[in-house]
Each structure stands twice: as structure tokens, then as C-alpha cells.
Write a protein that binds this ligand. Structure first.
Ligand SMILES: [Ca+2]
Length: 535
């Protein structure tokens, strides 16, 4: 065992599950490293600092938990986020075509959440929200900026750990960063914040960008969007482009991101770390080395989601997504290729995740590292002829979420969760204080009991469309405009999981719609009830 003196939370060398202060506990009851209120040093210095001091001075006793007990080495946090990833593309979430063995393995050893929702359905607001701990309408970050001016000196999620003595680092995109323009030059494409996008410098001990060729990668490329006559070259921007790329993983941004993350795990294995690893695929352009395309060729074998005549007739104008087969001028061939290209990007990203998790295993850190995998929002792959993000339908607002905590039994959890819950939950799991100002909830009890619930509805916004979603166990309620002037959608996901039939105008659902509208008004009020000045 490294440094030879610590009992990691989780399984010890004999295979017995132990908690922090040395007491043997049932496997599913492994608790945070040790209770904050039980130890003076911990209370006053925070876990990592207390641990470091205790280790340095040979003071490894924690009085509240027994004479021979010692502070456990704090949990590390490995936070992996993929950009624009719908859970529908992962085999552990049921996809039969796109295989994601590394994420499947993680899911099989952790808790897989089936109803996790983002708070904003595109990069900027979603990332600013879960990193700051506030809803987009609390900070007012509805676009692509840093939440720092709004939060002042309040600590972000990573910064909270940094303040407690953790080494914190990000590799590539954690806060918003322009893809692909920014990635091409190793920063944000709009040249703001010194090429670091909407990043927040004080969150990190160190930070690393991962430049890559993106749409300019050598190989066979095609612009699928807005290119009906096929004359357009391969272009950058937020455009559907597929590049079957020459060369290996390390040519590309995500390959470099994985390599840097592996290096950091090796370098920092002897100190508590909070490591954010941000993969940019499957965000457009769909670029991956050729071998990742093989399972999806020829593209014509890809299956498109069901299309129904008149599907758009009951959708308010604001509910028609900003990217559709129609306005992107994508015929069936192009639509199928878009799905194949997306899947290849997902498979490539999955392989990079595998490299990072293997490094954790090699460093023998699995037993004291919390691993989280998620995405900033979901993605449409042709449902209702919608593509990409922004929409508040489940495909776009629900996100993959896997949390693996040492010693916890693997599980599937259907309780409603929000990305906003990550900050308080992980702080709690690591024995850090949970600032009461945070707007998310502690979902750590779900990791012991997947039937545990903390919320009746999940809340998400699409500021670009003035859209608001309340999603409960069965119903999806969407309104456009705070007064719903832009229209309403109501879906019964039990009987209509694909959300084809908008019931908002059905007389038998009038009372339900009114109830949801009232709930939405109350939710918005709660969101705006916070400690931030002037927003
Ligand atoms: Ca995104």
C-alpha cells in the first residue's frame, strides 16, 4: 500500500470491506471516509489537509471512531464528461448497434442512473450550472460565459476540493469551450479568456488543453448539413461533418486528453486529486480514426428512428428543434451517415475512457477513487426529424450518469436526479462540508438504496428557445416562455415514451397542465431564491 500506513475506504488487502476508521462494515454500508464532526483536525482543516498533517506527524488517530482508528486517505474524484452524448448511444443504456464496452464495464461496477437530467440543454449553461452549483437562471449564465462574475468568491465544485487541499486539474473541456474551432487551436475558438473559453482559472491547480485537427484531420470527410448537391468542402463550425480519419487515437484531441489524464493519474497518485477529464466527442464534427467506423459501415445499414406523418402538427413552433432533417437538408442517406458518424465518435470516446480507467486500476487507486461519467446534455439522432441538442425532449435533456463509489454494490437507479446534484453529493461522499447555498441535492443515499428519492421533478431549461421542462416520474411538461406564451407540450411517457402525442390541449388533461404550470412558477421562484447578489 502506498506510503505504507493508510486504510483506504473500501476493500483492504484481505478483501474485507472497511470504513475509514478501521471498523468492518457490511459491503453496502461503506460510509464517507470519516465523519466530519468526529475529528478536530478534520473539522478545522478539511479531510485532505488533516490527512496530510496526520500522516506527516504520525498522528493517525481519530478519537470518535475508536482507539486504533486512523484517518483514511481521502477519496479521489475522477470526473469524466463527454460532450453532446445521448445515453441512447451507449450499449449499457440499451443501444444494440453502438458498443461501448468500457462504459458498460464502469456501469456494471457502479450505479447507472436512468433518469438524470441536465439543467441546460446545451454546453454553456449546463456546464456553468453543475460546476457552480446553481441553476442557469440563478447565475444568469444562459450562454457561453464563466459563472465567476456572478458567484464571486464562492467556490466552484473543483475549487471546493482545491480549498481542502486537493490537487485539482482539468484536461480539455470542463467549463464551456468552443468545439471544434477552439479545439483546433488548443483553446476557445472565439479567442476569449486567453483561449480558455468559459473556463475558471481559480478552480484548478493545473489545466491542460488538447488541440486536435478536428474537421481538418486527414482522411475521408463529408459535410452532411446544408450540402444537398455535395459541393461544399469539409467545414468547421457547429456543422454535421463526418471524417473517417487516417492515423491513430493520438492524432486527435480526445486521444491526447486520455494520454494526459493517464499521465496525471500516475503523477498524482500519492495525493488527493479531483481530476476533470473532458472529451469533446461525439460533439460535431464526427471525427474518429477509421477502425472505429467499421461496425457502422456501410452506413445504409443504420436504422433511423420511427417517422410519423403529421408528427409536427401538435408541436409549438418553439418546440421544433433548431436543427431538423429539413433545415439541414439531409436526405435519408445523409441521416444514416450522421448516425454512423456519431456512433463512431462515441466508440472512439469510449476507448479513451477505457485508457483512463485502466490507468486508475494500474495505480491501484480504484479502492479510493470516486468515478463519475456523464455528459453536459443529450442529443437527438433523428427522432421527430430533430438533430443535436437544445430540445427539451428526453433524448436531449436526459443524460447518461454513472457513479462508482468504492465499496458500493453495483445498481441501476431510476430516481430522478440532476447534474446539479453532483457537487453536493461528491462533497458529502468525500467528507467535505456541503455549502448550504448549493441548489442541488445530496443523492448519495441512492448509492446504497437505488429506490431512494430526493425530488419529484427534474428541471431543465433551453434558454435559446425560452423553454422550461419539468419531468416527473411519468409526465414531461414543457413550456415556452415564463408565461407559457410560446406554447406547451405535455407527454405521457408511460404510454408514449417516444413523445409523439402532445396532450397539452386535451380537455381531460387541462387540470394537469394547470398544476404543472403552477409548479413551474414555483420552481422558477425557488431557482431565483439564492445568495447571489444582483442576479
Ligand atoms: Ca455540449
Amino acid at each position: 500500500m502506498k506510503r505504507g500506513f493508510l486504510t483506504a475506504p473500501g476493500r483492504d488487502r484481505s478483501g474485507t470491506f472497511v470504513r475509514a476508521c478501521g471498523q468492518t462494515r457490511p459491503r453496502t454500508r461503506v460510509l464517507p471516509p470519516f465523519p466530519p464532526e468526529s475529528c478536530f483536525m478534520l473539522r478545522h482543516l478539511g479531510l485532505p489537509l488533516a490527512w496530510a498533517l496526520a500522516a506527516g506527524c504520525g498522528l493517525l488517530a481519530c478519537p470518535a471512531e475508536g482507539a486504533e482508528s486512523a484517518p483514511a486517505k481521502p477519496y479521489n474524484v475522477l470526473f469524466i464528461i463527454s460532450d453532446d452524448l445521448t445515453s441512447n448511444a451507449l450499449s449499457c443504456y440499451g443501444n444494440q448497434v453502438c458498443e461501448t464496452p468500457n462504459l458498460d464495464a464502469l456501469a456494471a461496477s457502479g450505479t447507472r442512473f436512468t433518469r438524470a437530467y441536465c439543467q441546460g440543454t446545451y454546453c454553456g449553461p449546463s456546464r456553468a450550472s453543475f460546476m457552480s452549483g446553481y441553476y442557469p437562471h440563478a447565475t444568469g449564465v444562459l450562454g457561453y460565459t464563466s459563472p465567476r462574475p456572478q458567484i464571486g468568491d464562492r467556490a466552484t465544485w473543483a475549487e471546493h476540493f482545491k480549498n481542502q487541499g486537493y490537487y485539482t486539474a482539468r484536461v480539455s473541456k470542463i467549463f464551456h469551450m468552443g468545439v471544434p474551432g477552439g479545439i483546433l487551436i488548443g483553446g476557445d475558438g472565439r479567442d476569449h479568456n486567453d483561449y480558455n473559453g468559459a473556463d475558471d482559472a481559480r478552480s484548478w491547480t493545473e489545466r491542460f488543453n488538447s488541440p486536435g485537427p478536428e474537421w481538418q484531420a486527414a482522411g475521408d470527410g463529408e459535410t452532411l448539413e446544408g450540402n444537398p448537391d455535395g459541393k461544399k468542402p469539409v467545414v468547421g463550425g457547429n456543422t454535421f461533418v463526418v471524417v473517417e480519419a487516417d492515423g491513430g487515437d493520438l492524432v486527435h484531441s480526445d486521444g491526447k486528453t486520455a494520454a494526459k489524464a493517464v499521465e496525471l493519474i500516475e503523477q498524482h497518485q500519492d495525493e488527493p486529486f479531483w481530476l476533470g477529464v473532458g472529451f469533446v466527442r461525439p460533439h460535431v464534427p464526427f471525427v474518429a480514426p477509421r477502425p472505429y467506423y467499421e461496425p457502422f459501415l456501410p452506413y445504409e445499414k443504420m436504422t433511423l428512428p420511427e417517422k410519423r406523418e403529421g408528427d409536427w402538427q401538435d408541436i409549438p413552433k418553439a418546440g421544433i428543434n433548431y436543427k431538423t432533417s429539413r433545415n439541414m437538408k439531409m436526405d435519408i442517406r445523409r441521416q444514416k451517415k450522421a448516425i454512423g458518424g456519431y456512433y463512431a465518435s462515441v466508440a472512439f470516446m469510449d476507448a479513451q475512457v477505457g485508457k483512463v480507467l485502466a490507468a486508475l486500476r494500474r495505480a491501484r487507486l480504484e479502492d479510493n477513487t470516486i468515478v463519475i461519467f456523464t455528459s453536459d446534455h443529450g442529443y437527438h439522432l433523428g427522432e421527430h426529424d430533430f438533430w443535436a441538442k437544445v430540445s427539451l425532449r428526453d433524448e436531449s435533456s436526459q443524460v447518461p450518469l454513472i457513479i462508482r463509489v468504492p465499496g458500493k454494490e453495483p445498481a441501476v437507479c431510476h430516481s430522478l436526479t440532476e447534474l446539479l446534484d453532483l457537487y453536493p453529493t461528491v462533497a458529502r461522499l468525500c467528507g467535505l462540508d456541503v455549502p448550504p447555498r448549493l441548489q442541488g441535492k445530496d443523492i448519495s443515499p441512492m448509492l446504497d438504496d437505488p429506490s431512494y428519492t430526493v425530488r419529484e421533478t427534474a428541471f431543465s431549461v433551453a434558454p435559446m428557445r425560452k423553454g422550461f421542462l419539468l419531468r416527473d416520474d411519468r409526465w414531461a411538461y414543457i413550456q415556452y416562455g415564463e408565461d407559457a406564451a410560446g406554447g406547451i407540450e405535455l407527454f405521457d411517457t408511460k404510454h408514449d415514451p417516444q413523445q409523439f402525442e402532445n396532450l397539452a390541449k386535451a380537455p381531460e388533461h387541462a387540470a394537469r397542465v394547470a398544476r404543472f404550470q403552477q409548479q413551474m412558477a414555483e420552481k422558477l421562484q425557488t431557482v431565483r431564491d439564492h445568495d447571489l447578489a444582483g442576479s
